[in-house]
Design a protein around this ligand. Structure first.
Ligand code: ADP
Ligand code: MG
Length: 483
């Protein structure tokens, strides 16, 4: 028997064994093991050290034998040996158990963009990906309304808001919400027929139907659904025949009180090259947007995804990710998945440094405001004290003006800005900031909140804050509108 057949055999045995052991035990005791020999019905297993051999021989004899027998029923006995070369450097014979164990499969199974089970023949509930649920959608101020509308629709399809039009940029959770609503409708009423598709898919069906002279069956098919969900409707631009067909389908469903849910990358009014009469239909119901979530929501999403994928990553690493991703949740998920893959494949816990590398590789480039790893500091302000210095300097005040308790506007606002910056840029907790300023944490919360609100309308404040950020050595975008 060759080494590679031994190897393959052993990998199969390990795979069979793994579910029966605690993962940590499996990783500890079977790391860098191999099959040294396999003859007739006796298998000799090699362990890198005496300790693991003895442990396995004592504790897992039964489990190992039955795992081996599940791969090759002829096997009657297992011998346990030590081979000191195993696990030294890269001995090609020994197996890295991290690579055979379960979570790797989970990584691979993590859903990609277009993995929805869209079947061609019909409009069945099957077209929905069950992973998208309203419960797994993390709510924040930027998507609360959209989520609430979907919840209402899930309870009373066709009655609450019709149509529902969800818009927002790429990777902000539109597809998630749409499919989750479809799933929830079916959960409430398992006999409901929900059709989900992208507008491209819808268009292709129409084109096919026309080409094969099956326009009629197409019509009946869609007019029998209880809920029609069409994702990314902006791609119907210029597709006049499809728009025409959709217009009729829309009207029939609407008149029959069937639910219609649509999404697009912009509000109906701003859609280009879509017929006015369709646009006005889109505007008949409820229009909600989803926006890029704030730091707290992003962090909550990361925590939720970690639970979903059953991985545990250090809190500071998650905070770093949440802090430095600025465009979409898809991007945030991408970074997380890379970090998880690294964790699974290299069995090394991601650090801020390694995640920063991943982000660079994914071309999220640029500067990161790294707060806890001195070597990667881009921010000049590292502590609350630094920020206080910078702010005092900027407003020509003394440090004790900033940290004191005088409530004159000239010092109060800089003090609040200071708290805001420490909170936002150094991610200190309200309690920590409170201690720094000898105040209650609720005072800090109010201060930060006030600055956020003021920044929505006060241009001068925005300029000040941006200038201060620059002083702090931080990058800033042109239009800072709070968080
Ligand atoms: P869009 O359709 O707007 O481009 P998606 O719905 O495909 O975005 O979302 C991208 C990814 O981000 C999905 O995996 C989705 O589950 C996740 N996601 C987006 N927003 C949230 C949220 N609020 N809570 C949990 N996951 C989210
Ligand atoms: Mg989408």
């Amino acid at each position: 028997m060759s080494d590679t057949t031994h190897r393959d055999f052993w990998i199969e045995v390990l795979k069979a064994l793994e579910p029966n052991l605690k993962r940590s035990d499996f990783l500890t005791w079977f790391q860098h093991t191999t099959v040294l020999n396999k003859e007739k019905n006796v298998v000799t297993v090699g362990f890198p050290v005496v300790l693991s051999r003895d442990w396995a021989a004592n504790k897992y004899k039964k489990e190992l034998l039955s795992a081996a027998q599940s791969v090759d029923p002829e096997i009657k006995e297992i011998l346990y040996e030590v081979d000191g070369k195993l696990g030294q450097g890269d001995d090609a014979r020994s197996i890295d158990v991290n690579k055979v164990s379960e979570p790797i499969k989970k990584v691979r199974k993590m859903p990609g963009k277009e993995e929805y089970m869209i079947n061609t023949d019909g409009v069945r509930s099957k077209t929905l990906n069950p992973k998208y649920t309203l419960e797994s959608y993390v709510i924040g101020p930027e998507n609360r309304l959209a989520h609430a509308a979907c919840m209402a629709i899930a309870k009373k399809p066709g009655q609450a808001y019709n149509p529902l039009f969800v818009y927002g940029g790429v990777g902000l959770g539109k597809t998630h919400l749409l499919q989750a609503t479809g799933n929830a409708i079916i959960k409430h009423n398992p006999r409901a027929i929900v059709a989900y598709m992208t507008s491209e898919k819808f268009m292709n069906e129409i084109v096919d139907a026309i080409r094969n002279q099956k326009a009629k069956s197409f019509k009946t098919k869609y007019r029998n659904v209880d809920c029609l969900i069409i994702d990314d409707i902006q791609f119907l631009a210029h597709k006049e025949r499809t728009q025409e067909e959709f217009f009729h389908t829309f009207n029939e469903l609407y008149d029959a009180n069937k639910q219609i849910i649509l999404s697009a990358d912009r509000p109906p009014k701003e859609l280009r090259d879509i017929k006015d009469r369709l646009i006005s239909r889109f505007e008949m119901g409820m229009i909600v947007d989803v926006q890029f979530p704030d730091y707290e929501t992003r962090l909550a999403i990361l925590h939720a995804k970690c639970r979903e994928y059953q991985v545990l990553l250090p809190a500071d690493v998650l905070e770093f990710m949440a802090y430095n991703v600025h465009h979409s949740i898809r991007e945030l998920e991408g970074v997380l998945m890379q970090a998880v893959a690294q964790y699974e494949l290299e069995q090394s816990t991601p650090t801020i440094r390694s995640v920063a590398k991943i982000m660079k590789k994914l071309n999220r480039g640029g500067e990161f405001a790294v707060l806890d790893d001195g070597r990667e500091h881009k921010s000049l302000a590292k502590t609350a004290d630094d920020v206080i210095d910078i702010v005092a300097d900027y407003f020509k005040l003394t440090k004790s003006d900033i940290t004191g308790s005088v409530r004159k506007k000239e010092v109060l606002v800089p003090r609040q800005i200071c708290m805001y910056l420490i909170r936002k840029e150094l991610r200190a907790s309200f309690e920590q900031i409170g201690e720094e300023f000898g105040r209650n944490h609720t005072t800090v919360m109010h201060a930060v909140d006030k600055i956020v609100k003021m920044m929505r309308k006060d241009q001068r404040l925005i300029r000040d804050v941006n200038a201060l950020k620059q002083e702090m050595g931080l990058r800033f975008g042109g239009e800072e509108l709070g968080w």
